[in-house]
Design a protein around this ligand. Sequence first.
Ligand code: 5GP
Ligand code: ZN
Length: 112
Amino acid sequence: MHDCIFCKIVAGDIPAEKLYEDDEVLAFRDIAPQAPVHFLVIPKKHIAGPADVVEADDRLVGKLLRVGAQVAAENGTGGAYRVICNNGSKAGQVVFHIHLHILGGKDRPWPI
Ligand code: 5GP
Ligand code: ZN
C-alpha cells in the first residue's frame, strides 16, 4: 500500500524493533510507548482498520490476538496486558493499517 508507514515497516524500508515475524504477521515495539511494555501486532497484508476486515480475514485477524499473547508472555507482562485496536481518527486511529496495541508491565492501570 503506497504511503502506509506500517507497510513500509513490513517491507523493511523503515526500521522497527521487531519482536515477532512470520509470513503473515509482524510484532514490533511502539515508537512512543505508553506503558513499560507496548508493542503493536499487525498483519503484513494491508487492512486499513477494524471496519475494513472482511470474512476472508477472520483467521488472520484472530491470529493477531494469539501472536500478541505469545509476544506479551515473552516480554515481561506476566500475562497481564491490555489490547487496544482503534477504528477511525475520532477514536484515535493515526495509522490506517490495522494494529493491535498490547500494553503491559503495570499493575492494573486501566480505567476499564
Ligand atoms: P493508532 O493511534 O493509529 O492506534 O496507533 C499508532 C501507533 O503507531 C502509535 O502508538 C504510534 O506511536 C505508533 N507509530 C507510529 N509511527 C511509528 C513508527 O514509525 N514506528 C513504530 N515503531 N511505531 C510507530
Ligand atoms: Zn499498510
